[in-house]
Write a protein that binds this ligand. Structure first.
Ligand SMILES: [Zn+2]
Length: 296
């Protein structure tokens, strides 16, 4: 059976609740019911992932709270009595502060980093839970945090990735120049990925020149994403990853419903078509590359 590695998803309660119940977490569903609902939702998500051959996934943090949840979730799946497990699915976590939330300050991650990571270790091993810093970066599309704050917080997380010898997971939107400049001036961590790559061939080359890997999402299946498919076609096979960014960016033909890791194969299939190669080969390379990125 073909195995897939979803290199970037969000399966924390907040995201599951948003996607499965169709309500904002702020609308105040009864918390016990909410917890049960999201546990059931998670079981379904993991079972479908398992059926689809998605054997590995990284649950990505976006602030202190969702990072702590990602760590707790990945850890809970290792317990033999875990309620939310699925045959053959393994999960790891990242700790990071999304550019939208940069105003919280990178110090908001300190406590979690102190308990979960040690700067003295030689990077993570397969038994470790935390494998990356991020998602972090710059988002000049929404500008939810002031740009100068976004830049400072991104730079601080680049340093954290290096200090902890973890992969750096980069989010960038409408901010190519500053993203590339900051990575270059801070020094690109050895293992860096541009998550949900949405540029064209020119941006792909700039990122690849930095030594970063490119992770493609459901965007490659979108009708108007010809440039992204061109980038996926030119990306060297040993630097290409696949992700869902669940619950966002649902690939064609499931647009309108929430996304989940089981659908990462649709991303791989679109890349395979753009490259005129077999999707099993895309799966094999993308899985191997994700393992190298996260040092697993
Ligand atoms: Zn994400």
């Amino acid at each position: 059976m073909v195995e897939w590695f979803d290199s970037h998803c969000h399966l924390q309660d907040r995201y599951l609740a948003d996607s499965t119940i169709g309500t904002d977490s702020a609308t105040g569903t009864d918390s016990a019911t909410g917890a049960e609902d999201s546990e059931r939702a998670l079981e379904g998500v993991l079972a479908r992932a398992s059926e689809a051959g998605v054997t590995r996934m990284v649950c990505v943090g976006t602030d202190a709270g969702t990072s702590a949840q990602a760590v707790a979730l990945a850890r809970s799946m290792r317990r033999p009595d875990a309620s939310a497990t699925a045959e053959g699915v393994r999960m790891w976590a990242t700790i990071g502060l999304h550019p939208h939330d940069a105003v919280h300050g990178v110090a908001s991650l300190d406590a979690l980093l102190a308990t979960e990571c040690s700067p003295s270790v030689l990077g993570p091993t397969e038994s470790d839970v935390v494998v990356g810093i991020g998602e972090c970066g710059l988002d000049y599309h929404y500008d939810h945090s002031p740009r100068s704050v976004q830049r400072d917080v991104f730079a601080a997380q680049i340093e954290l990735a290096k200090a902890h010898r973890l992969a750096l997971v980069v989010h960038t939107r409408d901010a190519w120049d500053d993203t590339v400049d900051l990575l270059r001036s801070c020094g690109v961590p050895d293992r860096t990925v541009i998550h949900c790559f949405t540029g064209g061939p020119a941006e792909a080359r700039r990122c690849l020149d930095l030594g970063a890997m490119l992770s493609f999402s459901g965007v490659v299946t979108f009708k108007n994403a010809g440039e992204v498919r061109e980038a996926a076609a030119l990306c060297p096979l040993d630097l290409l990853l696949v992700e869902t960014d669940s619950p966002f960016l649902t690939p064609v033909p499931h647009r309108g419903s929430s996304n989940e890791p089981a659908r990462v194969a649709l991303v791989g299939a679109a890349i395979a078509e753009a490259r005129r190669m077999d999707s099993t080969e895309v799966a094999a390379h993308a899985t191997e590359n994700a393992r190298r990125l996260f040092a697993l």
